[in-house]
Ligand binder design. Structure first.
Ligand SMILES: [Zn+2]
Length: 219
């Protein structure tokens, strides 16, 4: 059983790690963003509520997110565990999530924090490029992710674009928001002895290997 909560500041490569773990352990990657998108596109009562809230720029209430999450975690493919991404974001949500787990008779599992320095993160962010045609991601500040020729996609021969949400100047705001909500969560999980820290300043492979060791030692 590998129930895993992934915590990380923006640009720490959380999505990448979740994808690798999903492959390795054959467990689903559950992001609350995806859950909401799925419910939004469904033909349900919830769909109407979510559309209305999101179109008005409001946050979908925790109760609704938890309802979707509970349904999702009750699926057979979660029997051997899952990777939870984007939830909980604060202590209140963490406590509600634990009640949900009790209802489903599931253990809390592990909380893995990918720690990343603000300055290193900003440097990564400012170098991120993507291909408008195939969507491949490059990074001019990370050697292994440089395009082969200038600012041109290796595959499509198309000029690469900076990702619009990757502006370094807005990164501080996003990082501060993360710190404010997640820092208390880190203490909370530390006090429950379920928190494991991984050095997010390392390469993608090293981060991945560190996470695997944690999971395999805590089965
Ligand atoms: Zn391309």
């Amino acid at each position: 059983m590998n129930n895993i909560i992934l915590l990380a500041p923006p640009a720490a490569g959380k999505g990448t790690q979740a994808g690798l773990l999903k492959e390795e352990y054959g467990i689903p990657h559950i992001s609350t963003g995806d859950l909401l998108r799925g419910a939004r596109n469904s033909n349900s009562e919830n769909s109407k509520i979510i559309c209305k809230m999101q179109d008005e720029g409001k946050l979908v209430p925790d109760e609704l997110v938890l309802e979707l999450l509970k349904e999702r975690l009750d699926n057979d493919d979660c029997k051997n565990g899952y990777i939870l991404d984007g939830f909980p974001r604060n202590i209140e949500q963490a406590k509600k999530y634990e009640t949900l787990l009790e209802d489903l008779k599931l253990p809390l599992g592990l909380v893995i924090l990918i720690d990343l320095d603000r300055e290193i993160a900003k440097n990564r962010i400012s170098g991120r490029l993507s291909c408008p045609q195939c969507g491949k991601i490059y990074n001019s500040n990370i050697t292994e992710l440089n395009p082969k020729n200038g600012n041109i996609c290796d595959e499509c021969n198309v000029e690469l674009k900076h990702r619009s949400d990757d502006d370094a100047s807005t990164y501080d705001v996003r990082y501060n928001t993360y710190l404010e909500s997640t820092a208390p969560l880190i203490d909370y999980y530390e006090s429950k002895n379920v928190l494991f820290r991984v050095n997010g300043n390392a390469s993608k492979e090293d981060i991945y290997n560190e996470i695997k060791v944690i999971i395999d030692n805590n089965k």
